[in-house]
Design a protein around this ligand. Structure first.
Ligand code: AMP
Length: 144
């Protein structure tokens, strides 16, 4: 999908927001939702999304959405760091398929990075089990 495609209300994250698809939730308020990435690149990889539908990426998002999105990302990243004690944390965001984007609802990646442990390829590999993700999410929620 190019940078300027129309938002598809049936994308996976829109379904998660509507409750039509499950997710392992880490944080939610009236405007934002954070949940575990089902294909984690590292242990504790999670995503933060605006609950408003319509923005495929950062460039199509209204400015009013962005400060809350960044603040929520910072808050969840701080809890990931407190809970899992990584050596670094990568915050990532992709715009357009050529840039690596695979789900076309604006989202931020929070990727804890651990010394001596590899980072799996983006959006690949096999899905983590719901049980493993729930254990991690529980630790992160308790650190919030
Ligand atoms: P991007 O490629 O930047 O659009 O990121 C999309 C992310 O969503 C990837 O890291 C996927 O592993 C992740 N993902 C895809 N489907 C799901 C799902 N059902 N639940 C949680 N994460 C998902």
């Amino acid at each position: 999908m190019s940078l300027n495609e129309i938002y598809d209300p049936n994308n996976i994250f829109a379904k998660i927001i509507r409750g039509d698809m499950p997710c392992v939730k880490v944080f939610e308020d009236g405007s934002y939702l954070a949940f575990m990435d089902i294909f984690p690149q590292t242990e504790g990889h999670c995503l933060v999304i605006p609950k408003t539908e319509g923005a495929t990426n950062l460039l199509t998002a209204p400015a009013s959405m962005l400060s809350g999105l960044i603040e929520t990302t910072r808050k969840v990243a701080a809890a990931v760091v407190a809970a899992l004690e990584p050596d670094g944390v990568r915050i990532a965001q992709f715009n357009g398929s050529l840039a690596g984007q695979t789900v076309f609802h604006l989202h931020m990646h929070i990727l804890p990075v651990y010394e001596g442990r590899s980072i799996a390829p983006h959006a690949g590999g096999s899905p983590a089990s719901a049980e493993a993700l729930e254990l991690l999410a529980d630790k992160i929620r308790r650190a919030m």
